[in-house]
Design a protein around this ligand. Sequence first.
Ligand SMILES: Cc1ncc(COP(=O)(O)O)c(C=O)c1O
Length: 407
Amino acid sequence: MAASPTTKEKVQLTDRINRIQISPTAAVIAEADKLKARGVDVADFGPGEPDFPTPDHIKQAAIKAIDENKTKYTSTAGIMPLREAICAWHKRELGSAYEAKECVVNVGGKHSIFNLVSLLIQNGDEVIIPAPYWVSYPDIVKYAGGTPVFVQAKSEDGFAVKAAAIEKAITPKTRMLFLNSPSNPCGGVVPPDEFERILALCKKHDIWLMSDECYSHFTYEPHKPYSIASAVGAKDHVIVIGSMSKTFAMTGWRIGYTLAPEPLVQASIKLQSQSTSNPTSIAQYAALEAMRGSMDSVPAMLAEYARRRRRIVDGLRAIPGITCEVPGGAFYAFPNISAHLTGPNALAKSCTEITKLLLDKVQVAVVPGEAFGAPGYLRLSYATSIEHIDEGLRRLGRFFSRAEAAT
Ligand SMILES: Cc1ncc(COP(=O)(O)O)c(C=O)c1O
């Protein structure tokens, strides 16, 4: 008698879900968490989230919303005061000119991007994605049936992609360009004049420019927070993706937003009405306070990130065989370790292998560059304490000096 099929064999998944993989950053975090659960002291540079608590005034606004029973469905697009406050905040902070009808509140910035790509991308469409890229971009595009087209940003340009490189990748099938400045994973910041050249290209070829501004307020001198939506005549081709997650240390609250031409916003609301419905009511009231209340926590966090950035970059550069650019924004160091991947003394063949060894031998959690389209690199989040950074650097020093790698 033939063996009956296992549950795995019986489950017939769609082509679209089989086209994508689980987020590699989530995979690293899961491995590190397993070790931590066993009581192992992990130097964890994995998570891409602020280690600061959500500011108190924002938490209080959520508590007040619960006490006032603001715990029911809201309008699908988000409460009107929040849509208005987001537009006012973006205007004040980044110089744009959106109205509430051009704003929809989503369940985090990732959801905003997922919705937009679902609205605009279908089989055969190409989406230009500068590499190194945020892990979710290619999979969101593939899920919608599109094809990601990668354009390399160079380390000697501070990982800021150039208009000239993008132009070479444009074809008649190009529908959209993703731009994330400051960028995850490498902290690249595209200067305003280059951004405007890129926008001019998008206009010329009638391509959507999706500006992912999740890290807009974590830019280090001489860079300043900037939105391409503030450029003259930008609004017809620009879609802004914003998020409360990083700026206000609100990753778990799941509030992001889209600023875009009204028909696109309407379509995003339609999709949301048949999928998530409104983002959590309580989190919306917290976000409303984030948009209207004091922003004092933001420069305080930035100053601390700047201190950690110096420490981690200096520490990494002191390890033989490692080079590291100074990131212009966000909170990630992106060292190049390719010297340790070749020659008779190579520690491993890939960064994915190095990542496993680091966790195994010295209990350091990092994300391999392959996850971001950047073999030879590692991503280390420095949204963690200086003491933690120092301990992690000591362990990395031991590992890369071969003191513990081969044991
Ligand atoms: C570049 C980038 N965009 C968007 C997001 C989405 O953030 P959220 O969904 O928490 O708003 C992240 C989160 O890590 C990110 O790094």
